[in-house]
Design a protein around this ligand. Sequence first.
Ligand SMILES: Nc1ncnc2c1ncn2[C@@H]1O[C@H](COP(=O)(O)OP(=O)(O)OP(=O)(O)O)[C@@H](O)[C@H]1O
Ligand SMILES: [Mg+2]
Length: 347
Amino acid sequence: MNDALFRQLPFTLRSTDFPTLGEKYEGKVRDVYRQGDRLVLITTDRLSAFDHVLTTLPFKGDLLNQLAHFWFQKTAHVVKNHVIDQPDPCVTVAKRAEPYAIEFVVRGYLTGSLWRDYEKGLDPYALKLAPGLKKDSRFDQPLITPSTKAPKGQHDEPLSVADVVRRGTMTQKQWDEAAQVALALFAEGQEQAAARGLILVDTKYELGQVKGELHVIDEMHTPDSSRYWLAAEYAQRFAAGQPQAMLDKENLRQWLISERGFSGHGPLPQIPDEIRVGLTEKYLEAWRQITGSAFQARGRRRQRPAREEPRAREAALTGLSVAGENQRQRIGRADAEVEVLLAELVG
Ligand SMILES: Nc1ncnc2c1ncn2[C@@H]1O[C@H](COP(=O)(O)OP(=O)(O)OP(=O)(O)O)[C@@H](O)[C@H]1O
Ligand SMILES: [Mg+2]
């Protein structure tokens, strides 16, 4: 296992407190500060599964925020996104949208919670899938399985497209536009992932209106909001009925279900350090595969003193460019930096 990552475990960013940035809303992963028609989203290192925050992962906030930016840029020709600026690796300044209270989940394969429902004979999205499908089957066309965006502490609920309109959450016209955009984003994501040897299996989008125009908001195509499989291994694993090679949070969900009997209800399980490090490695691998280069941890701006060379070497070996200084210092300093930068930007 990766010693450098183990040593980072005590120094993750769990929460922020910047009263000067405006009113704070704490999502499961992001701390969101509101300033008029702008939001400052700080992606922390928190890790959630089944709608509960369970632990933190080193570098997760920086990695997720930057990966979301990568994808926002790559899909800017498909639909507008909420990004105004990225003043720090874990910070996005965004246009505040009127979000639709729906999570737009697009799926290319029968897996994850959809497979778990299908196996039990449940059809909460009224998809009427053919009987007898195998786990991880590819759909001819990607499907949208919407769910409600539940208030914090509650579980998102699956619902059919007809229900979205019947409940008055969206008009049919709004749904049609949003669905078309979600599918177009997904097609773009699948194509670009395929070019890098990955399958974008499924993903969740949040969409909203900014001045009457549809925007994609929150995050995009990250390993928190998406499943990624190694394309080269798909067919053989599928034929053999083996689990896919996954570079995303599904690794944790399956561990929680099989090892802790946890799927969102009951007391929250402790997450052992090995599991945290193992999942961090998956996220770093997802980064490497998607972007084509190793993830650069922050702190490289500063010259490394010679005495820290062994750590630098170790970092190179582990595929990480860890700053020579310890992470706690960097968070203390980084928070101050973030605040100054944001005060300039938003103030
Ligand atoms: N541009 C935007 N305009 C308005 N709201 C946004 C925008 N971008 C993100 N959000 C909201 O900010 C929050 C981001 O926090 P985070 O991603 O941690 O939440 P989450 O776990 O997805 O959902 P929850 O808010 O239910 O915890 C979400 O509620 C998201 O809907
Ligand atoms: Mg979110």
